[in-house]
Design a protein around this ligand. Structure first.
Ligand code: ZN
Length: 151
């Protein structure tokens, strides 16, 4: 088997700089046209903010973020793990028949899976605040019709 090491191509941002991950905004719930990646110029909807060692910030897509922060800090890893669990939760919220309920800092979601069984999930308000542009307000607006106890 051939090794499948991904070749990292240098684009706008130099690769010999140590970047740290400062934040991620998940774009599917943001209105608007998206942003241009500072690294590869692609239009991106999920935007990671990274900073170089002088603190200068750049907005890049998640793929570029991963190639620019090849040795992520523990804090970056924790943020990515939280982001991944948030996007899994959001996938459940996006099911057509999903119903959601807010309570105690948690958003509970349920939907019927293809096999007919009910599936459940939950996400934390702090994750929504962290990863959704506009925070809880935007989230509630986006999913208002699916919330059984909207605030
Ligand atoms: Zn990019």
């Amino acid at each position: 088997m051939e090794a499948t090491a991904k070749r990292i191509v240098q684009r706008n941002l130099p690769l010999d700089v140590k970047y740290s991950l400062r934040g991620i905004v998940h774009g599917s719930v943001i209105d608007g046209d998206g942003t241009i990646c500072d690294n590869c110029n692609a239009i991106i909807s999920n935007v990671a903010t990274i900073a170089d060692e002088s603190g200068k910030q750049f907005h890049v897509g998640l793929d570029c973020m991963k190639s620019l922060t090849l040795k992520p800090s523990l804090a970056s890893e924790e943020m990515l793990e939280s982001y991944n669990s948030f996007t899994a939760f959001l996938g459940k919220c996006n099911k057509p028949d999903a119903e959601m309920r807010l309570g105690g800092g948690i958003v509970y979601v349920q939907f019927r899976a293809a096999n007919g069984r009910m599936q459940y999930g939950s996400g934390y308000e702090h994750q929504i605040t962290e990863f959704v542009g506009g925070g809880m307000e935007a989230f509630i607006k986006r999913y208002y019709d699916k919330l059984t106890q909207p605030r």
